[in-house]
Structure formats: structure tokens, C-alpha cells
Design a protein around this ligand. Sequence first.
Ligand code: ATP
Ligand code: MG
Length: 320
Amino acid sequence: MNHTVLTGDRPTGPLHLGHYFGTLANRVRLQDIHQMFVLVADYQVIIDRDLPGRIQANIDDLLLDYLAVGIDPGKVTIFQHSAIPELNQLLLPFLSLVSVAELQRNPTVKDEIAHSSQSAVSGLMFTYPVHQAADILFCKGTLVPVGKDQLPHVEVTRLVARRFNERYGPVFPVPEAMMGDAPLLHGLDGGKMSKSRGNAITLKASEDETAALIRGARTDADRHITYDPESRPEVANLLTLAGLCLGRAPEEIAEEIGYGGAARLKGMLTEAVNEFLRPIRKRRSEVDLAEARQVLREGNARARERAVRTLEEVRQAMGF
Ligand code: ATP
Ligand code: MG
């Protein structure tokens, strides 16, 4: 089947291993087979952050990370929210298709509120999943490679697509989510690896920074290393990370370390991560930033054309 693939990231900081194994690896694989759009979700930054003076630097970081992991601008349209006002216009009818109760019971939104450093929760916190429906449906996306935290949001998109079609006639496909090898990678503190939670190994970190981060990871006192996600989640998480980077089973790595303790585990993990990221980091240092920005400008123009067409279709279906 021929898919239109849509996925994206917030420019809230450099990408990390959770992104890589959660979604980036799938994107690189899918770009050869399907039409693909990748979104720099800059309007989503203001859900829970002040628009930092760093927004441009964060967008640059994202572009460099994309090109470093092998997203090919010859095959993929990379674009940003703020360049496509039609997305905001799609938001309005889409918002009318979901209830306040549905917005309020979204488990990812609840989790993000629980971890937010802001004292007041913005209205956008509750409505951004519907904005995401516009992101996916403007290009008639059918496949969305995401981490597990995004599943409730893709569900919102499916709901919006179905309800729009029922009310106004068939305009949208109902997209599917696709999860990667690590749908929910944990960070060095045991919680979801997130840009905003200070617990991530970023793709662009230096080898020394990586070593220092892993040295500080939480473990336990038992010198016998075993893979037991239920009773030893922190140790299991480090083994999972090593396994992903080495393409090996975490149980097997645990057995090899045996009674070597956390120090041996961390040493091995550091080596595995640095080895795995070395070619990505090398490519990243070779990307020309001016060219990367040009890729985004061209992507914006292509995405905008698509959005204008879809909005026109939507207005016609609605009788405007
Ligand atoms: P922030 O903390 O600013 O929200 P984030 O680390 O959660 O940043 P996003 O930009 O929100 O990153 O997510 C981009 C994509 O990466 C989404 O598809 C999300 O599901 C996926 N992703 C993010 N973190 C992880 C993780 N720890 N494991 C697997 N996938 C992840
Ligand atoms: Mg997030």
C-alpha cells in the first residue's frame, strides 16, 4: 500500500535516543517507500514553554539532527507550523468535532501537566492534540511513526477524521500510528526520556558528555546485573539502551556482565552508545546550516501548497 507519512517533533531541544529508536529509525526506513512529511512543530513549543529566544537555535538543532540521522530532503518534505497558517484554519472546524470531556481525559496531556514546570496550564495544552489532527490530515496522512506517548493523540486524529467525514462527506483518510523498536524509552532517571526532563542522551552530545551522563544514571546496589524490568527498572533500562545500540538482547548483555556491577554496565553502555552515535555525530558536524535552512524553506513552500488545497476542499465540503 502507498502511504502518506506524517510525523514531527517540537523544537524544544536537541533530539535524543528516545526519538531515534521511537520514531527516527522508522522515518529513515519509510522515506524510501512512501511520500513523507516531517514537521518542525514550532507552535507546539508554546504549549508549556515561554517562546524562548532559543527558538531559531532549536529549529537549527532539529534540522541538523534530521539530516544527521539520514532523513533525505530529496525524498522528504520538512516544514514548520508557523509557515502554514492553513493549519490553524483547519483547527477551528476540527475543534468543533471533539468534546471538552474528550480533551480532558487524554492521558498524555495529563502526564505532561503533571511534569510541567509552569504553574498555570494553558488552553493549548488541551487543544494541541486537535492541532495535531490538522498536521496529519492536511496532507491526508495515513501513517504516523511515533512513540507511545503519541498514541492518544493519533486517536484524536482518527476521531476527527471519522467525524468530519460523517458530518460533511468523505474528505479524510483515517490514519494509523506506527511504533518503533522502543515505543517508550526511559531516561537516565527512569522516567520517559524527554528533552524537557534533563534525563536524555542527545544525539549531538560529545563522547565525554555521554560518559558523564551515563555515570550519573540511577542504578541499585546489587553487583549481580540481571535484566528484570519489574523489580530493577533502572538497571533494566540501561541494559535496554545498550541492547538497542548493539542490536542485542538485554538479557544476553546482563549475563555477560554478570557480577561486574553498575560500573561495568555503565562502561559498556557508554561504549555502545558512543560507537552507535559516532557516524551520526560525524555527519551532523558536516551538515551545512545554510543548506539545512534552505531545505526548510523549500519544504515550507511545498507543504503550504498542499495545505491550501486541503483547506479549500474542507471549506467546500462544509458549504462555505
Ligand atoms: P518535550 O519534552 O519537549 O515534549 P520530547 O522528548 O517529548 O520533548 P517530542 O518532540 O515531544 O519530544 O516528541 C517527538 C517524537 O518523539 C514523538 O513521536 C514522540 O512519541 C517520540 N518520543 C519522544 N520521547 C520518546 C521516548 N522516550 N521514547 C520513544 N519515543 C519518544
Ligand atoms: Mg513531548
